[in-house]
Design a protein around this ligand. Structure first.
Ligand code: RUB
Length: 321
């Protein structure tokens, strides 16, 4: 297991060296395991307080991908024991199970999504999603020829990661700027994207630009598949909470010198947007594919209503002696 500390992991999630909802979840779970392993807590109460503090540090990095709090909650649910040693082993075992499940869920989802892709299909992608790419990987493994239009995805250009990984699978790739998507949708059989969070009404929260792409695809009659393991289901939305859209620094959009030349303008840099369920054809999970409007049933079955976070500071605080 890597020995990256909670602080290092949190920093890398915030700066997007670690990015993408599933990868963030994996790194956060591994960081909790490292925290448990390296704990010098004198007693179980201090151990639990350290774990809560670590979780708070991780959860505060980026607000939109629910896979992060879902991963932390999973680890806290598995944490048990009357001694520091017992608590530590329970965390390590839970994290091992979580990581194994994450991989097998992605592979299962990939096989289900691949069934939607036919030999000779052309897809269009947005951003970089390991779940979306799993569907293509499985389709290619089944002997299907797939080609891809890959949107660059401003401002961070995650499309370049997608382009490289598709080429590694042997998929012919045409890279396009985001503004060219509408022009090429006539040649596309499926739009395939991932998700950071899925709300109880079936809305899909994903990289900024997904909703515009979905509107264009609807206009052209091109189906949109969202590949998202159930870790992306946002249980808080069952009780009416909305998903916070992360706003990032303006220098991701425009260099300071350029900005100076432009003059006195505001720059907004939302990292994600919300695609309404009516623009999505199917949400593909490791538990099967669902019309977006019916995802709430699966969400309720898997998560129930979540009313508090196990890492919330108790009254009196989590101060360390
Ligand atoms: C990444 C993004 C991805 C989802 C799903 O945004 O929007 O589509 O996170 O990814 P960012 P995965 O680059 O800002 O993190 O399928 O890998 O979980």
């Amino acid at each position: 297991m890597p020995t990256q500390t909670v602080e290092e992991t949190a920093e890398e999630i915030a700066t997007m060296e670690i990015r993408g909802a599933a990868t963030i979840a994996r790194a956060a779970a591994e960081a909790l395991a490292a925290q448990a392993r390296e704990s010098d807590a004198a007693d179980p109460a201090a151990f639990r307080a350290d774990m809560r503090r670590a979780a708070r540090r991780l959860v505060d990095t980026r607000p939109t991908a629910v896979s992060l709090p879902n991963a932390l909650r999973y680890v806290f649910e598995g944490m048990s024991g009357e001694t520091v040693d017992a608590l530590e082993s329970s965390v390590e075992e839970t994290v091992d199970t979580f990581l194994a499940d994450l991989e097998s869920a992605r592979d299962r989802l990939g096989r289900i999504g691949a069934n939607r892709l036919r030999d000779g299909d052309v897809i269009m992608t947005h951003c970089h999603s390991t779940d979306a790419l799993a569907t293509v990987r499985e389709a290619v493994a089944a002997g299907k020829h797939i080609e891809a239009y890959v949107k660059e995805t401003r401002p961070r250009k995650q499309g370049l990661i997608t382009a490289r990984q598709l080429r590694e699978m042997g998929v012919p790739v045409t890279l396009i700027v985001d503004n060219a998507a509408h022009r090429y949708l006539n040649d596309v059989d499926h739009v395939v994207v991932g998700a950071d969070s899925i709300a109880a009404d079936g809305s899909v929260i994903n990289k900024i630009g997904t909703s515009g792409l979905a509107v264009s695809a609807r206009d052209r009659g091109t189906p949109i598949m969202v590949a998202a393991q159930t870790l992306k289901l946002h249980p808080g939305t069952l009780t009416g909470h909305t998903v916070e859209i992360e706003m990032r620094e303006e220098d991701e959009v425009i260099e300071p010198e350029e900005r100076e030349e432009v003059g006195d303008v505001e720059v907004h840099n939302p990292a994600f947007d919300v695609t309404p369920p009516r623009h999505v054809d199917a949400i593909v999970t490791e538990r099967g594919q669902f019309p977006p409007e019916s995802i709430v049933t699966l969400m309720r079955e898997l998560y129930g209503e979540v009313d508090s976070d196990p890492w919330t500071e108790p009254s009196g605080g989590d101060s360390r002696r």
